[in-house]
Design a protein around this ligand. Structure first.
Ligand code: FES
Length: 145
């Protein structure tokens, strides 16, 4: 039985949404591309002006539309172009965690990351780690139903 689940997870192609702030994380993704960093292609980026803009409803909508995992990514503390935006992102993320528990989703399906414009390698690592994590969890129960 475990082998069957492992085998089906090997074939599973996750759908991952990455909300990336324009000034740091989106530029980090750009840097990964420019430097030809190899990383998983199983994600789509939604560019937002600041990680603090990502309301919990955005994440819930992504899951309702079939995402298996969601990353919210922004500038490191002290680098946010809107000063306190990433602190707001932390608050929003905590609220999001509570909401996804209510929906019966695992907390590991969401992740908050700080990635700067210079961290293309790190962007690739975060994506690869998260894709592996979501592959282990399997299809989101919401997407499945
Ligand atoms: Fe990047 Fe606010 S501008 S987190």
């Amino acid at each position: 039985m475990a082998d069957k689940k492992q085998s089906s997870n090997d074939k599973f192609i996750p759908k991952i949404v990455v909300f990336a702030c324009n000034w740091c994380s989106y530029a980090g993704a750009d840097s990964a591309g420019i430097n030809r960093i190899q990383y998983s292609p199983y994600f789509r980026i939604i560019r937002v002006m600041c990680s603090g803009r990502v309301h919990p409803n955005f994440v819930l909508k992504a899951f309702l539309d079939g995402a298996d995992g969601v990353i919210v990514s922004g500038c490191h503390f002290g680098d946010c172009h809107y000063i306190f935006g990433n602190y707001r992102a932390v608050d929003n993320f905590e609220k999001t965690k509570a909401l996804i528990h209510t929906l019966g989703l695992e907390e590991e399906r969401i992740r908050l990351e700080w990635i700067s414009a210079a961290e293309g390698v790190r962007f690739g690592q975060v994506i690869n780690e998260f894709v592996d994590q979501i592959k282990k969890l399997g299809r989101s129960p919401i997407a499945e139903n």
